[in-house]
Design a protein. Structure first.
Length: 297
């Protein structure tokens, strides 16, 4: 299911010790629909080592979706701007002179270059794991809440489709006996015509038995009572799972396939335009349900 969540940590809300002046650590999680779980991470170098922990956290809570995780660190430039030590500046100057002795065309270090090199040389002991872990938990919780809200909307949509399918099945049920009786009368009329043309050459009882046998075979071919019964059973199970909740996406996928199979069989047995229309309408609704079910975890 789709979803979005973000969480920020500032010095005022931080509980983990850090020696890195940090205005904000931001984490975003975006999820779009997918049949499988696909995780993508966009992390700064400082947090790259935390990717396995983030992957494990998301895998515990999510089973489906294309999920992208982004993190960003914003540092306070004024707080991070410290005066380099004299020893460090002397060393930078020695390195610059050594390089220019071999490369006379090399440019001299600017103030910005010196500050950047001095900052890179300063060790950092920030415990990013203790900072990022609670922030990730907060973002994942918010994402799950967002997906849960969407799941309720999807469940309502699917229940509406189930009600429409039940109505179509109710329309199809009385059509078969009517069609069988119509066909039976048609066979009997054909038998009477044939008897008139045969002028007694064919025994009446044999001709009538043949006509009734053809009518019976036709009734068996067009009988869709079993298909409608199975369709109702699948709809009952779908409704039960939707009301139960939980990780039901794969079960719903299977039931949608079974619904599609029954609707196809109903269409192949159709002997009237009305049954054909009902079968087509069922397929449209089932396809709409299939698209929605792929979004459910």
């Amino acid at each position: 299911m789709t979803g979005y969540a973000s969480a920020q940590l500032t010095p005022e809300t931080a509980t983990a010790p850090t020696d890195t002046p940090c205005v904000r650590l931001g984490l975003e999680i975006r999820a779009v629909n997918s049949r499988f779980l696909d995780l993508t991470f966009r992390l700064p170098e400082e947090l790259r080592a935390q990717e396995p922990a983030l992957r494990a956290l998301l895998s515990r809570h999510l089973k489906r979706g294309k999920v992208e995780v982004r993190a960003a660190i914003e540092q306070d430039a004024s707080a991070s701007l410290s005066t380099p030590s004299i020893a460090l500046l002397q060393r930078l100057n020695m390195v610059q002179e050594h390089i220019q002795a071999w490369l006379p065309s090399a440019k001299a270090l600017s103030v910005a270059d010196a500050l950047r090199l001095a900052g890179n040389s300063a060790p950092t002991t920030t415990d990013w794991a203790s900072i990022l872990s609670p922030l990730a938990e907060e973002a994942v919780t918010a994402l799950l809440d967002a997906r849960a809200r969407e799941g309720k909307r999807l469940a309502k949509t699917l229940l509406d489709r189930i009600a429409q399918l039940r109505e179509l099945a109710a329309q199809a049920t009385p059509l078969v006996p009517q069609l069988v009786e119509q066909q039976r009368q048609r066979f009997l009329e054909r038998w009477q015509e044939a008897m008139g043309l045969a002028q007694g050459q064919v025994p009446a009882e044999a001709a009538q038995d043949r006509a009734l046998s053809e009518a019976t075979a036709f009734a068996i071919r067009i009988d869709v009572a079993e298909e409608i019964t199975r369709l109702d059973a699948h709809l009952d199970e779908l409704e039960r799972l939707l009301k139960k909740g939980g990780e039901i996406g794969k079960r719903l996928d299977f039931l949608i396939q079974e619904l599609h199979r029954e609707a196809n069989t109903l269409g192949s047995k159709s002997a009237t335009l009305e049954l054909t229309r009902i079968s087509v309408d069922m397929k449209v609704l089932i396809e709409q349900m299939r698209e929605q079910v792929q979004n459910i975890e």
